[in-house]
Design a protein around this ligand. Structure first.
Ligand code: XBP
Ligand code: MG
Length: 240
């Protein structure tokens, strides 16, 4: 009996094979390793309240604001949308973001956070294969540490060969900067790597660096445009 593979079945198997053969898997953080954007939203709102601002970002507003990458840039974008009032200074925004980052770390440390489905199995499989792993994210290094210390343990950095955060490059996603820096640290060609992302901005950033992209849909970015991705899955259990 001839088994007729549907195009999707061939794509999934082909991508599974490419994941296993890749020189390195490069992971985005927020929305990809863990569903963290809801906690980011809560941390922003806690910072606004602590600073005496009567701002409160609803889930719907935050979904729109996520088109702007970077917490400080997101606050600036929201401030610019206000019809009246004196714009916040850069210093005020930096202070708000510092408070937000502290509240984010508190919320993450309070516990209850886990890796998204399939992530641990993919990380473990890579380790068994001796495959290299990296992180390319818009968030800050302190936020990466706050999250991965909880979900991967205090020695989490040992599991990654290269880590580049948004506060270490000139331009955040969708610019390719974090991915280009990761490729340089790995000394690997883009074509031998696979980026694992959850957002349209992340897809564009990795694609501009020439890296093939696997999309795992997340709560806030699930309706983004993922044209050009190798494959789009609901979570990584579909390719492990
Ligand atoms: C997602 C982002 C970040 C976070 C908030 O990063 O765009 O801005 O929303 O973190 P990723 P900061 O590339 O990991 O999906 O406030 O530290 O920017
Ligand atoms: Mg993301």
């Amino acid at each position: 009996m001839t088994v007729a593979f549907s195009p999707a079945a061939v794509d999934v198997q082909e991508v599974k094979d490419r994941v296993v053969r890749a020189g390195a898997l490069i992971f985005d953080v927020d929305g990809t390793l863990a569903e963290t954007e809801e906690v980011h939203r809560q941390a922003f709102n806690a910072a606004f309240a602590q600073a005496g601002l009567n701002w409160c970002w609803s889930r719907m507003v935050y979904r729109e604001l996520l088109r702007v990458t970077g917490g400080k840039e997101r606050i600036r974008a929201f401030d610019d949308m206000r019809p009246a009032g004196t714009p916040l200074s850069d210093g005020r925004i930096a202070e708000l973001h510092r408070i937000k980052t502290a509240r984010y770390a508190e919320l993450i440390a309070a516990g209850g956070f886990v890796l998204r489905p399939g992530v641990e199995a993919l990380l473990a499989g890579a380790r068994e294969r001796g495959q290299r792993l990296a992180i390319a994210t818009t968030t800050s290094r302190s936020n990466i540490d706050a999250l991965l210390s909880v979900v991967l343990g205090p020695a989490w950095t040992c599991r990654f060969d290269a880590i580049v955060a948004g506060d270490e490059v000139a331009r955040k996603k969708p610019a390719p900067d974090v991915y280009l820096d990761v490729l340089a640290k790995l000394a690997l060609p883009a074509s031998e790597c696979i980026a694992i992302e959850d957002s349209g901005n992340g897809l564009v950033a990795a694609s501009r660096a020439g890296i093939p992209v696997l999309i795992t849909r997340s709560v806030y970015s699930r309706d983004d445009d993922f044209s050009g991705a190798l494959l789009t899955v609901d979570d990584l259990t579909e390719i492990v």
